[in-house]
Design a protein around this ligand. Structure first.
Ligand code: G3P
Length: 215
């Protein structure tokens, strides 16, 4: 499974990228708004840091306008993937963009049926929102498992991004469900690294090392 970073914060992206464990970035309009910067500048900067798929979201609602927006976004850098909400208009746009070879990420996906439609339309990626499903009283990861089963049965090439990841156990569960990718906030990445026994172990080793004669 690959890890993408779910943020538009340049410092977080640089720090995560330096760890060598991140192979893409996902953004959304809310994450971009948090940075208070011009959308295109932020996206350009991200493409200069991470050499992998960078999701930037289209904000039009009509298929024809989504396609125009998607072409502009795709023109920024070859690694751009256009995130498109899973609506009827979104599906039309995904199908048209697939024919033109523009990569898409079907977003705001909350059911296996929506994911099935995304794959049939030719989406390159699909993003089921695990945390938001959990928030609504569902088992978000069960949807990811269902999507993996369905995509596996029919050999759909659409890659599944477990999104709306809220804590490290979500990442373990996504990996066990066979998700192609989990896109995670920087905070979750930091939580994945840390373990109190690692800190205790380092302290013990260093304390013992200090007792070793050096010459
Ligand atoms: O980028 C999409 C998704 O990961 C959003 O997560 O935490 O706002 O539900 P969240």
């Amino acid at each position: 499974m690959k890890l993408f970073l779910d943020t538009a914060n340049i410092e977080e992206i640089k720090a995560a990228n330096a760890l060598g464990v991140i192979s893409g970035v996902t953004t959304n309009p809310s994450l971009i708004a948090k940075e208070g910067r011009v959308f295109e500048q932020v996206v350009r900067e991200i493409t200069s840091i991470v050499d992998g798929p960078i999701s930037a979201e289209a904000t039009s609602s009509e298929a024809s306008s989504i396609v125009v927006e998607a072409k502009e976004l795709a023109g920024i850098h070859p690694n751009i993937v256009v995130k498109i909400p899973l609506t009827a208009e979104g599906l039309k746009a995904i199908a048209e963009l697939a024919k033109k070879g523009i990569k898409t990420n079907a977003t705001l996906v909350f059911s296996a049926n929506q994911a099935l439609l995304a794959a049939l339309a030719g989406a390159s990626f699909v993003s089921p929102f695990v945390g938001r499903l959990d928030d609504a009283g569902h088992d978000g990861m069960e949807i990811v498992s269902d999507i993996m089963d369905i995509y596996g049965t029919y050999d759909f090439p659409t890659q599944v991004i477990a999104a709306s990841i809220r804590h490290p156990m979500h990442v373990v569960m996504a990996a066990k469900a066979g998700a192609d990718i989990a896109t995670i906030p920087y905070q979750v990445l930091k939580q994945m690294i840390a373990h109190p026994l690692t800190d205790v172990g380092i302290k013990k080793f260093m304390d013992d090392w200090a007792k070793v004669p050096k010459k």
